[in-house]
Structures are given as structure tokens and as C-alpha cells.
Design a protein. Structure first.
Length: 114
């Protein structure tokens, strides 16, 4: 039975790890043992931060809505309550973008719900 050499796969695996850690500091970018750990940790952090980004963006929307509502004499909670009672189907993300980019349109929305 002929001998099977697996040098190509070994080199490919190492190359992929080093590509993932390109740009890292110190030995994390070019020493395989350290690069493996760094690549795994980077993946874990990326996963976690994709979740965190959603939380931080939602809190930003709430802060923007609160600030915009207070300019019109409403608190955030009263504003959301009036929006729900008026059956306006805009979510917090869209409302905050309107408040941030088009304050005049947001003022018309507030007038309509009051």
C-alpha cells in the first residue's frame, strides 16, 4: 500500500489560521500555537459583540426618542403610550431615525398623537 503524505492539508490548515489572525499584535499573528487560541477567542468575541451591538443600538434609539419627545413636552413613556393608542405602526428604530434626521416630520407625528 502506498504511503499517504498529508503535508498539503497541514500547510493549508496553518495558512488559514494565520490568515484569520492577520493584523494581530505580537506573536499572535505568526506563531501557530498562539494564533490558534487568538483566532478562537476572536470568534467568540465577534459572536458576543454581534449580540451586544443589538442591545446598544436599541438603547440609542430609546435615548434619541426620549430627547425628541421631551422637546415637545412629553416623556418617553407617555410618548410610546400615545403612539400605541393612536395605532401608529412605526417601531422605535424608525421613530428615532425620523426624530434624528427629520425633526419637522417628528413634530407632525407628535401633533397627531396629542
Amino acid at each position: 500500500m502506498p504511503r499517504v503524505k498529508r503535508g498539503m492539508l497541514h500547510a493549508k490548515r496553518r495558512k488559514n489560521i494565520l490568515q484569520k489572525t492577520k493584523g494581530f499584535k505580537g506573536g499572535l499573528k505568526n506563531r501557530i500555537k498562539l494564533a490558534k487560541v487568538a483566532a478562537i477567542k476572536a470568534g467568540v468575541n465577534a459572536y458576543e459583540h454581534r449580540k451586544t451591538k443589538k442591545r446598544t443600538n436599541r438603547s440609542l434609539w430609546l435615548i434619541r426618542l426620549n430627547a425628541a419627545a421631551r422637546e415637545h413636552g412629553l416623556s418617553y413613556s407617555k410618548f410610546i403610550d400615545l403612539i400605541k393608542k393612536a395605532n401608529i405602526g412605526l417601531d422605535r428604530k424608525v421613530l428615532s431615525e425620523i426624530a434624528y434626521k427629520n425633526p419637522d416630520i417628528f413634530a407632525k407625528i407628535v401633533e397627531k398623537i396629542k
